[in-house]
Ligand binder design. Structure first.
Ligand SMILES: Cc1ncc(COP(=O)(O)O)c(C=O)c1O
Length: 451
């Protein structure tokens, strides 16, 4: 029998939200943004230590981005890119992306979201293998705990059961390998290099077990963001890439979070010496001022697509917004600002204080496994024991701290018992100090809840 629920107070179905608790609790309604601050309808100014969803890299009131969007909207709000048509802003962005991307990248396909970019990357990988007569190469390797999006296939690529089970999605053709998470996955006797060697051997054995001629690609984030800012151990990707090329498997690097400065270089691939065959970008591409993503590919992959097109008459993939002129104008201006305002140098400079302050938190009893690269960082909460038992409290400890932080006008993110920080890249040193003052106060309050 249908279980009838009370009337829901507002009509929006919120993404990744507990729709049940939303019926009882009120959440801030964000009305404006200034620099790294978000201001709600009651006038509270929240320091946004997450750049919303890792994406508003240039802060909330960047006038050049607004101007670029307005100009393009009045010149030409939309025209498509199908059948070879294009617009000046999309052409310019394509050239600029190839210019700044790792040198093996020669071509770009546009979309609107990270999920679309990753799904396009998978179709491109399949098409590439088909062009070589290797139709059997369908399986995709991915990391446990990875996040690659929320549409059907990108959700399947994501290594969290939550992403599959709730919607009855069925896993097909995706093989998960161990998360390169030294803190949580290494054996007690392993150092970073031993751990990484074990994982590389595990991946090679997995490929041999599945049969290399059935494996199309390996998709990986340079630093796993949503999984908890998991920084790859020494030599991990260097040796993984050797295994992939030994078996003709394409390497897809998901730069949706790391791209455009988050790790201190334009791309995470540069920070970690990765040589992708295919690279996906979104979020920071337009500082999230417009939904915009892209798939960047090498000449080898592009030759495959072109060859297949010659045989079939069509690259049969694309979206209405593949190459949106407004998104392209905003993205172009974002890249110009990153270059002209020397944002990468700024990230490298302030990330020292960010790291210092983050490590300073481990002075408090509850903070473990502090890690950071550039302006992304995380720590795990050591869960306090309850007064009456020796069992740690594992329910919602991260969420509780996230709510406490909000009371101190600070937005952070909790993934299980891991707390994540990824502030806008324009954050100043004095703002970093304010961020950590608020966070320390929130941790104190959080600890009091358990004493
Ligand atoms: C690494 C990574 N890839 C892909 C995505 C999906 O992007 P979107 O939400 O724009 O579809 C995300 C979103 O957080 C992400 O973190």
């Amino acid at each position: 029998m249908d279980h009838e629920l009370e009337e829901i107070p507002h009509p929006q179905i919120h993404p990744f939200s507990d729709l049940h608790s939303l019926r009882e609790e009120t959440r801030p309604i964000i009305e404006r943004g200034e620099g790294i601050y978000l201001i709600d309808t009651s006038g509270t100014r929240y320091l946004d230590a997450m750049s919303s969803l890792w994406c508003v890299t240039l802060g909330y009131s960047q006038p050049r981005l607004v101007k670029a969007a307005k100009k393009q909207l009045s010149d030409l709000p939309y025209s498509h890119s199908f059948r070879g048509r294009s617009t000046p802003s999309v052409n310019k962005l394509a050239e600029k992306l190839i210019d700044i991307a790792p040198k093996q990248i020669t071509n770009v396909f546009f979309a609107s979201s990270g999920s679309e970019a990753n799904e396009s990357a998978i179709k491109i990988a399949w098409s590439f293998h088909r062009s070589k007569g290797e139709q059997t190469r369908r399986k995709i390797l991915s990391h446990q705990k990875s996040y690659h999006g929320s549409a059907i296939f990108s959700a399947l690529l994501s290594g969290s059961a939550l992403m599959h089970e709730h919607q009855n999605c069925e896993l097909t053709d995706i093989i998960f390998t161990t998360t390169p998470d030294f803190h949580n996955e290494a054996l007690s006797e392993e150092n970073e290099e031993d751990f990484s060697n074990r994982l590389v051997t595990e991946l090679e054995n997995l490929i041999l077990r599945e049969r290399p001629e059935t494996v199309a690609a390996f998709i990986a984030e340079p630093v796993m963001g949503v999984g908890g800012v998991i920084i790859p151990p020494k030599n991990y990707f260097k040796n993984i890439q050797k295994v992939l090329s030994r078996y003709g498997i394409l390497f897809i690097v998901d730069e949706v979070i790391c791209g455009f400065g988050r790790t201190g270089n334009m791309f995470g691939s540069q920070t970690f010496n990765l040589t992708p065959d295919i690279m996906t970008v979104a979020k920071g591409l337009s500082s999230a001022y417009f939904p915009m993503s892209a798939v960047l590919i090498t000449k080898k992959v592009n030759d495959g697509l072109t060859m297949l097109s010659e045989q079939t008459g069509l690259f049969s993939h694309g979206f209405t917004s593949s190459g949106h002129p407004v998104g392209a104008a905003v993205a172009m201006e974002t890249i110009k600002i990153i270059e002209e305002d020397r944002i990468l140098d700024h990230v490298k400079a302030v990330s020292n204080l960010f790291k210092l302050k983050l490590h300073g938190l481990s002075g408090t009893a509850s903070v473990l496994n502090v890690r950071s690269v550039g302006l992304m960082g995380a720590f795990d909460l050591e869960l306090p024991k309850t007064r009456h038992s020796n069992l740690p409290i594992i329910n919602q400890a991260g969420n509780k701290l996230m709510n406490m932080a909000q009371k101190h006008s600070l937005f952070i993110r909790a993934v299980g018992d891991t707390i994540i920080l990824a502030p806008p890249l324009i954050i100043s040193e004095s703002e970093i100090n304010i961020l950590f003052e608020r966070l320390s106060d929130a941790i104190c309050d959080w600890q009091k809840c358990y004493s």
